[in-house]
Ligand binder design. Sequence first.
Ligand code: THU
Length: 128
Amino acid sequence: MDQLCQAALDVRLRAHAPFSKFLVGAAIEDDQGRIHTGCNVENATYGLTVCAERVAVFKAISEGARKFRRIAVAADAPKLTPPCGACRQILWEFCGDVEITLVNLQGRTETLKLKDLFPRPFDDTFLG
Ligand code: THU
């Protein structure tokens, strides 16, 4: 198992998901080869829930990382779980057209580029 996928699978077990019971882990590798991880953290309001991908990105940013090579997202589902729309926006802003590997508990993986999931992003180039 690829180290980044394994990190995403491991951190998934730390998810705080009492409402959905859907545990997700994410791991992001920076340009120094460091791995930053995140799990989903749910909230009783539901709407304040933060996905695993955003937790991983924000943790990485707060550790000083600024450039990223790839990200892995782990969930327990036969249908591999892609990042939600909000996470795609955040990933685009901080990682650009990053490589994303989706993995499940059976070790099934699929690797794609963010541009394939998020083909016409809004970003700072529109802000003049
Ligand atoms: N979730 C993630 O953490 N990442 C995804 O890619 C999809 C959804 C979380 C949010 C919520 O805690 C639960 O999964 C169900 O939507």
